[in-house]
Write a protein that binds this ligand. Sequence first.
Ligand code: NAD
Length: 365
Amino acid sequence: MAHSLLILPGDGIGPEVMAEVRKVIAWFNRNGMSFEVSEDLIGGAAYDVHGTPLTDETMASAQAVDAVLLGAVGGPAYDSLDFSVKPERGLLRIRKEMDLYANLRPAQCFEALADFSSLKREVVSGLDIMIIRELTSGVYFGEPRGIFPDNEGGRVGINTQRYTTDEIRRVARSAFELARRRSNRVCSMEKANVMESGVLWREEVQTVHDEEYPDVELSHMYADAGAMQLVRWPRQFDVIVTDNLFGDILSDAAAMLTGSLGMLPSASLGAPGPNGRPKALYEPVHGSAPDIAGQGKANPIACILSFAMALRYSFDAGDQADRLERAVSDVLASGLRTADLMGPEGGTPVSTAEMGDAIVARLES
Ligand code: NAD
């Protein structure tokens, strides 16, 4: 049976990088897999046509397919819009209504780009870690929140870090499940030394481990120490699981271990459905890059690697995901570089489309 995939290219470089993913999907369709692809609008592109960054119809399609693949949203043309119809609202709505609570951000260092990292080659070479950030709760959503007058004639800003047992347990399960497919190690990060929500986080992760995943190696670390270890010796980690706030920061720090924003994929997963597959949205970490949009300069690899994550986590095709990642790695090793990857050691400059074509050609060979 064909896998259903909804493509939402979005704005700026979104459609450009997605065009290259379509070439990759077409290659897999010619070589034993079957994807039924539909395409729709999100972000500014949807606002231009429908006056809203995400229509109810598109939302319903996203709920119905096996996986959603998104480019990027936003751009200067939409900066002055009312908050309620800004392109980013489309993205927030889709994440919220699909209840995508586990955000997976791999930090993987391709050998050919090891010198591109701000850390030394020997620290990042061979790096392959996965950060799982809780995405739908915590301090970004907790109530009360707001800016209020205080009693001394000033103001007070309030946000609330709040986690329930269920919210912690479900993302912990995502981490343990993932670790079993990798090197079987999870490090959970919080601030149990100073935050009660951190104490609960640590206890609940430990309970899920002891009751359901005793075979996985579990360690705990305070998030500040974790940040230090991430830049000191990142290869000690396999899967890191952490809350929304710490995950936001730690995953951005880990991202820079590997060099360019144009290389970073992500997945956001929800609860497994009746078919055992989680609700899933795959997207590059980067935004719509208006400064280079329409110039053929965008690196399509982050988006292509997001599709590789879809192969692995939505379509049970880990071997095909490996194959696609190997093709990317080989193309980089051959010296082809989009502008963002052009370091002091040089390389052969290629456009967005040429990079996509080279990856497909490598798959072919
Ligand atoms: P950005 O990620 O779009 O760009 C940051 C820098 O990285 C730019 O110089 C850009 O040219 C470069 N870059 C990004 N992706 C690249 C790629 N694939 N290849 C080569 N270079 C790349 O972030 P920004 O400039 O802060 O934001 C631009 C717009 O994107 C804003 O409207 C913002 O709200 C939106 N945004 C959207 C998302 C999303 O859709 N998930 C994420 C971040 C930002």
